[in-house]
Design a protein around this ligand. Structure first.
Ligand SMILES: O=P(O)(O)OC[C@H]1O[C@H](OP(=O)(O)O)[C@H](O)[C@@H]1O
Ligand SMILES: O=c1cc[nH]c(=O)[nH]1
Length: 506
């Protein structure tokens, strides 16, 4: 069928077209099917439907496909039904618990990278791997395919250090301290991070408060060689490009399937040529890892996958039942981390966790003797070398190296929530804290988030503030307050939890 092209200047992240339902019926396609669009070249696109936006005889072409067709633009195109790509059919095999071959896994990853899989198919891929774990071989191939379908960095000098957190604990801003500590001690650390997956601010969202995070592989190499380290967004590079496309699907689903998590993390490490990696595995109620047994199993899986890929991996099982530090949300977290860099002023949970992990890295990199890493990491914070290095990192990434914690802008609208009674913080719901920060606008609105005045186990007096919610927009703050009041993330109780009388009135 010949259709007249109607450009639609909207980016949808895929090759997509819109057909009038009359033409779609004529072609025998429904929403989510594919069509071949042919002018001088031939491309497959996913079909959207409309009753009125596009009249019969025309085809709406979204931005990405326009860019492709633009090379040899024509007024009309030939449109024919196309079959689903092989990668889409392979996802069904995972649902049926069949084991995929290496070639099949590569086919799926190519389908993710070249945008030929629809969001529905991608979410089926995520969901089926959430339900049915991939085998060790499949996970290795998934990781390798994610590395091989993107750019890789080869450094001339080694060792290359790296760290990664599996996420799942709110306020985990430790990379902002670890990277400068490690780089200040002469090791190279080209740290790529994801944006938030299940949280209210991933490290890439946080670093973006201070400097751009979007760089090519060659820029990352150059910047790391210049100042020793970077804190960049993995999705902004062409490093493991499938990763961010999968994370975009995981984010609304709020899931991070085991095999995807392994591949997502290790692909980013493999692509930058990491030699030694420390993994942070937050554990406990409300995290991705409910208990130590599951944490040890994940550690073994990460260590084994590292061995298969030629990296030494050590894992740190860390306390995750309470947020790290007292802030959740990009700008608030950056300000808290910066205060530690500036003056060691800050929560012990943040300083201790950051220096323990940085210490492990200094030992693995041969800079500190066994058992002395944390002391050296602490010293690097105290003597201001980590702050100096952080400023170099900010500058090399194009931010303002003169920035101080006082310059970081927090959302202008805020409200405090108060303790209803004297007592102790008996329960503290990490997931609710994240949810409230997200409703307030985090991570997209950098100034949105939550300050935690009282953590689990701490004593509190009636009417003392327990949380402050910040937002850049009044209406988002109102929604966050409503959500917090409907289901408070904190339970305050006195020492007496409930008095049960001799006789209860029924
Ligand atoms: O949103 P949730 O699932 O909590 O965690 C995702 C965060 O965890 C990792 O942190 P890092 O890069 O090691 O600092 C990721 O890169 C991302 O920033
Ligand atoms: O980078 C990350 C971190 C946690 N989970 C992932 O899937 N990727």
């Amino acid at each position: 069928m010949q259709l007249k092209v109607q450009p639609i200047d909207i980016k949808v992240g895929k090759y997509k077209v819109v057909l009038n339902s009359i033409d779609a019926k004529e072609l025998g396609v429904i929403e989510g099917d594919r069509v071949r669009v042919r002018n001088h070249e031939s491309l497959t696109a996913i079909v959207d439907f409309t009753e009125d936006m596009i009249p019969p005889g025309m085809i709406g072409v979204y931005h990405e496909l326009q860019q492709k067709l633009n090379k040899q633009w024509t007024e009309t195109v030939e449109v024919t039904p196309a079959s689903r790509p092989k990668s889409a059919r392979l996802i069904r095999k995972i649902m049926d618990r069949q084991i995929l071959t290496k070639d099949e896994i590569y086919e799926i990853v190519r389908g993710i990278v070249d945008e030929s899989l629809s969001d529905i198919e991608l979410s089926a891929f995520i969901t089926s791997t959430y339900i049915n774990d991939l085998t060790d071989d499949e996970t290795e191939w998934l990781t390798r395919a994610m590395i091989d379908t993107g750019e890789k960095i080869e450094f001339d000098s080694h060792p290359i250090m790296d760290k990664h957190s599996i996420g799942g604990v709110p306020g985990n801003k430790i990379s902002l301290l670890i990277v400068p500590i490690v780089a200040a001690n002469g090791l190279l650390i080209p740290k790529t991070s994801s944006r938030a997956i299940t949280g209210a601010g991933g490290t890439a969202d946080l670093m973006e408060v201070l400097a751009p995070v979007d760089f090519s592989a060659s820029e990352i190499k150059e910047m790391t060689e210049k100042v020793g380290g970077v804190l960049v967004w993995g999705g902004g590079t062409n490093i493991a490009p499938a990763d961010d496309k999968l994370i975009k699907i995981e984010y609304p689903l709020k899931v991070d399937p085991h095999s995807q998590l392994l591949a997502s993390i290790m692909a980013k490490k493999g692509a930058v040529g990491a030699d030694h990696v420390v993994m942070d595995i937050p554990m406990g109620a409300g995290t991705k890892i409910p208990d130590i047994k599951t944490g040890r199993k994940l550690s073994r899986d990460l260590i084994n996958l590292g061995e298969r890929l030629g990296m030494t991996v050590e894992c740190a099982l860390t306390y995750g039942s309470s947020p790290v530090g007292r802030t959740v949300g990009p700008a608030l977290e950056v300000r808290e981390a910066f205060r530690v860099l500036e003056s060691m002023e800050g929560p012990n949970s943040l300083i201790e966790k950051s220096t323990v992990i940085a210490g492990m890295m200094l030992e693995m990199g041969g800079i500190a003797g066994k058992g002395n890493g944390q002391e050296l990491a602490m010293e690097t914070l105290k003597n201001g070398k980590a702050l100096e290095k952080m400023k170099q990192i900010i500058e090399v990434q194009g931010g303002d190296p003169g920035v101080t914690s006082a310059d970081i802008i927090i959302g202008e609208h805020s409200i405090q929530l108060f303790a209803p009674t004297n007592g102790y913080i008996l329960e503290f719901d990490n997931k609710r804290i994240v949810e409230i920060a997200r409703i307030a606008g985090a991570p997209a609105d950098k100034g949105a988030g939550v300050v935690i005045h009282k953590k689990r186990g701490e004593p509190v007096k009636k009417n003392e503030p327990v949380l402050t919610i910040y937002s850049e927009k009044k209406w988002k703050l109102d929604n966050a307050i409503k959500s917090a009041q409907l289901n408070l993330p904190i339970v305050v109780e006195g020492m007496l939890i409930e008095r049960v009388p001799t006789y209860r009135e029924l």
